[in-house]
Write a protein that binds this ligand. Structure first.
Ligand SMILES: Cc1cc2nc3c(=O)[nH]c(=O)nc-3n(C[C@H](O)[C@H](O)[C@H](O)COP(=O)(O)O)c2cc1C
Length: 158
């Protein structure tokens, strides 16, 4: 996907952190209908953030919170950014708003619009809990379909 200034005006960017691959699968699924460029947070260069019609920002949940570099990025987004946020976690399919609250608060403090949010389950591969098989098989095909539908729903917002 091109990354010159002209392409950026049309191309959304999705920035993510995924320690064990679940969120990466969700991101790749969301990127398709949006024709989005995708960047892992540790590969991201700040100039990639400029001139985007929409930026997705999310991660897996690690010890009750989103990855710190993802939350911290809120402070460096261009002022007029429009953002959607997303996460995957092993426990609590309805805990998305709680896990996302730090990031949402930081965006809100900067007056950055959150156009929508997504949360889904992802199998816990943490060595400490792996044996419990929490959220085994997630994200499932149905989860990924939901992610694709979510992304399709964002297209009119570009
Ligand atoms: C180090 C670590 C800590 C985790 N802590 C939590 C947690 O506090 N709450 C939760 O619901 N899931 C927790 N999980 C599960 C992950 O949030 C879940 O598997 C998520 O899908 C991981 O995303 P990723 O595969 O993109 O890294 C943890 C996983 C790891 C590896």
């Amino acid at each position: 996907m091109g990354s010159g200034p002209k392409q950026r005006r049309r191309t959304p960017l999705i920035v993510f952190c995924s320690q064990t691959g679940n969120t990466r699968r969700v991101v790749e699924t969301m990127a398709e209908p949006l024709n989005a460029e995708v960047a892992a947070i540790d590969q991201l260069k700040d100039h990639q953030l400029r001139g985007r019609p929409l930026i997705g920002l999310g991660s897996g949940v690690y010890w009750l919170r989103l990855a710190r570099p993802v939350v911290d990025l809120a402070a460096r987004l261009p002022a007029a950014s429009r953002v959607f946020i997303f996460s995957t976690s092993a426990w609590g399919p309805n805990w998305g708003p709680f896990y996302q609250s730090d990031l949402a608060k930081k965006l809100d403090q900067r007056g950055i619009e959150i156009v929508d949010r997504w949360h889904g389950l992802g199998q816990d591969h943490n060595p400490l809990f792996k044996w419990m098989g929490i959220s085994r098989g997630r994200p499932s095909e149905a989860d990924l379909r939901r992610a694709r539908e979510f992304a399709r729903g964002l297209k009119p917002r570009l």
